[in-house]
Design a protein around this ligand. Sequence first.
Ligand code: IMP
Ligand code: MG
Length: 176
Amino acid sequence: MAEFDLMISAEEIAQKVDEVAKQISSDYEGESVVVVGVLTGAFIFTADLARALTVPVETVDFLQVSSYEGDKSTGNFIFKKDISTDISGKNVLIVEDIIDTGRTLKKLREMLLMRNPKSIKICTAFDKPSRRVNDLVPDYNCFTIPDEFIVGYGLDYDGKYRQFKDVKIVRIKDEQ
Ligand code: IMP
Ligand code: MG
């Protein structure tokens, strides 16, 4: 059985995404950008952010990595799907749902840097800095949150609850 507590409403998210998109658009002024969403969690945020950008978007592409089972980090990094865009000489904006330990993004950034992009920046919807095991800092972050497991706005618990419009803290109760 799962219990939920509202953390951030859909309205608050929409407002913040627009704010961050404005900041990104102003920082990239005169440049174009390749938006790379990290599946599956960032599918909603990527769609919202890309549509709110006013700077030219060359393309929106997705990749998928996996390092999680349930809500515990395994430390395993599995590359499941690559982008089909050639990013050499391009400004790449990685769009992630949430940064926890920072392992996924650190590894991902290293891998994409080997393809000689002009620049790489990271934009995350949510950040849990208290959980970080390395020096990874996102260039853009919508919400800094405490060490709670959240679902909704694309984020899941074992594949579930991604479709929630609001972001909620999930607590799983064992059935006795
Ligand atoms: P990291 O490598 O520990 O930073 O892992 C980040 C990934 O873990 C995210 O892309 C999510 O898929 C997952 N994750 C971390 N915290 C949460 C959470 O609170 N809810 C849902 N997924 C999470
Ligand atoms: Mg993810």
